[in-house]
Ligand binder design. Structure first.
Ligand code: TXA
Ligand code: MG
Length: 331
């Protein structure tokens, strides 16, 4: 059995010593659970790649306690400082030029001259970063290609004994991975949408910001190595923008299902409870984001022929939700 401890002073101390000793800790963050390792320790970071089955060309996010620690690792322009000051601690990952002698393992950044960094807002993550004093590399704590974990149980399902310790702190409040923005060039580009939206960022920058979500149909190399991979994929098929349910399918609803039917059978509302989840009956996108991964996992059961997903409006954080849904459907 993998060791699971509720996050509190004593378990945080234990987690810090596991990390300092080169071990792996699953740590809660406000977005999703991360698989943490000492970002300076190449052997520890290699264990992260091995545990996830992650290709070594796909770099990890480095978590730091505050902006001052981030500035030891990367170059910040005035623009980058404004973003950090506006959104940290929080669900924004900045990609910046890495400093030459910053001490990070080259494996963390997959040999790139840039580094992805984030100051998480979660209390336990912050306490752990403070106790450690060193930067923590942490991708989402799931096997590569699977849905990110938003509860300790998801981490156990996905990684089990490959983790030395799971710090448990309930369900993640945000539920979607951080917004990733590449600020290593002249113009910032959003590589992964999240709950911090393009509009939020544009307000700080004083100009609009474009997306580069990796056009997999063209031969272009994606900006973010993670975009190459099949991501967020359940094991059964996912059908988007469903207006009804086919017999055998599960339904992932958004909003009212009063007028939704199961083809040739009856009302979707009468589906067995194991085959029906509603991201948000009220149509609240924040609630939907927080529920998305846990509900996809709950419906990802071979008793279903697939998951029918109702339309989610594509504005605000709906863009991030639809990004994950599209990847799930492509997998
Ligand atoms: O919310 C989150 O960001 C969570 C929590 C644990 O902080 N972490 C997370 O990490 O989602 P991960 O490794 O699953 O996703 C990081 C993404 C990957 O798509 C990776 O390719 C990209 O960020 N990335 C990391 N470093 C990069 C770099 N230097 N240049 C471009 N993309 C980078
Ligand atoms: Mg991930």
């Amino acid at each position: 059995m993998v060791k699971i401890l509720a996050s509190q002073e004593s378990s945080l101390n234990e987690a810090a010593s596991v990390l300092a000793g080169g071990g792996l800790v699953a740590m809660p963050t406000e977005t999703v659970y991360g698989l943490a390792a000492d970002a300076r320790n190449g052997v520890a970071v290699a264990k992260v790649f091995a545990a996830k089955g992650r290709p070594s060309f796909n770099p990890l996010i480095v978590h730091v306690y505050d902006l001052a620690q981030a500035q030891e690792l990367a170059e910040f322009s005035a623009r980058d400082l404004a973003l950090a000051q506006s959104f940290w601690p929080g669900a924004l990952t900045l990609i910046l030029k890495r400093k030459g002698n910053c001490g990070l393992s080259d494996l963390v950044t997959a040999g790139l001259d840039t580094v992805a960094m984030r100051v998480p807002a979660h209390k336990a993550a912050r306490a752990l970063l403070k106790k450690c004093g060193f930067p923590i590399a942490a991708p989402s704590a799931n096997a590569s290609g699977e849905i990110s974990p938003t509860t300790p149980a998801h981490v156990v399902q996905s990684l089990g004994r490959k983790v030395d310790l799971i710090l448990a702190d309930g369900a993640c409040a945000v539920g979607l991975e951080s917004t990733v923005i590449d600020c290593s060039g002249e113009k910032c580009l959003i590589l992964r949408p999240g709950v911090i939206t393009a509009e939020d960022i544009a307000q700080v920058l004083g100009e609009s910001v474009a997306y580069d979500l990796g056009n997999r149909d063209s031969g272009d190399l994606p900006k973010s190595p993670g975009q190459l991979l099949k991501h967020y994929a359940p094991s059964i098929s996912v059908r988007l923008n469903a207006v009804d349910v086919v017999q055998g399918e599960a339904l992932l609803a958004f909003g009212s299902i009063k007028f939704m039917g199961v083809r040739g059978i009856g009302a979707a509302a009468d589906l067995p409870s194991d085959s029906l989840r509603n991201l948000s009956e009220e149509g609240d996108l924040y609630e939907a984001a927080a529920n998305l991964f846990a509900m996809m996992r709950a419906l990802d059961n071979p008793v279903h022929t697939g998951i029918a997903v109702m339309n989610v409006p594509n504005s605000g954080i709906g863009i991030a939700i639809n990004d994950r849904l599209k990847r799930a459907a492509a997998g």
